[in-house]
Design a protein around this ligand. Structure first.
Ligand code: CA
Length: 234
């Protein structure tokens, strides 16, 4: 396998669509793997980390939502594009909320699908890798999540608390998307006793001091007035 060949895992149970997807993606040079159930999908993710997943919503047994949620709870950050049927508008929103990066409505054109895949892979490769995230760079600041340490180009280092590491994992999962304080409270603090949105603000400003070169003028962990926060990457 060429070193830069990207691995795409297709989770789909419709034979004709599997055939088309495999054929199209292989002819584009991707290394394609196909499974039809959630159980197989999770096994594949662990054994053969994909760079991107195409995930059908309606599957026998475990649904696309459940699969997506499980993968994100395992801290895998590779892009997930959901395949939904035309009448599942509402479901798309839920899909994005639980950690899918994009969705595409069936029936879709091959060109559109390839464009979405390329865009997601390009974005992912510039700041992340497909396994559980161990480190990342925000500008010149290196964040080692496995060690819980931040290194700045001026030689300064900061230790990250477990909670901060957890926050970064969540922010990275939802990179370039608005995140509300309530969402952070729910996902990172899980509504622990005596926490409120003020807790989130305090932690964000502490985290900024560690990961931003100019915490008063943040470039990455930005405030969206009236909305919440966003981790901007590239
Ligand atoms: Ca299906």
């Amino acid at each position: 396998m060429p070193e830069n060949q990207k691995k795409i895992l297709i989770v789909e149970d419709e034979p004709s669509l599997i055939f088309t997807l495999r054929d199209t993606l292989e002819s584009e040079g991707y290394d394609v793997n196909v499974v039809s159930t959630g159980k197989e999908a999770l096994e594949q993710v662990k054994e053969n980390k994909p760079d991107l997943m195409l995930l059908d919503l309606m599957l026998p047994g475990m649904s696309g939502y459940e699969i997506c949620e499980k993968i994100r709870s395992m801290k895998y950050t590779f892009p997930i594009i959901m395949l939904t049927a035309r009448d599942q508008e509402v479901d798309k929103v839920e899909g994005l909320n639980i950690g899918a990066d994009d969705y595409i409505t069936k029936p879709f054109g091959v060109k559109e699908l390839l464009a979405r895949i390329k865009a997601r892979l390009r974005r992912a490769s510039s700041w992340s890798k497909s396994g559980p995230l161990e480190s990342l760079k925000l500008g010149d600041v290196k964040i080692d999540l496995a060690e819980g340490e931040v290194s700045k180009p001026d030689g300064k280092t900061h230790d990250l608390s477990t909670r901060e590491v957890e926050m970064i994992h969540y922010l990275v999962e939802r990179a370039n998307q608005p995140i509300s304080r309530d969402e952070l409270l729910e996902k990172v603090w899980r509504y622990e006793y005596s926490t409120n949105t003020r807790t989130v603000d305090v932690h964000v400003s502490k985290l900024r001091a560690k990961i931003e070169m100019h915490p008063d003028d943040p470039r990455h962990l930005v405030t969206l007035h009236g909305v919440g926060y966003m981790l901007k990457v590239n």
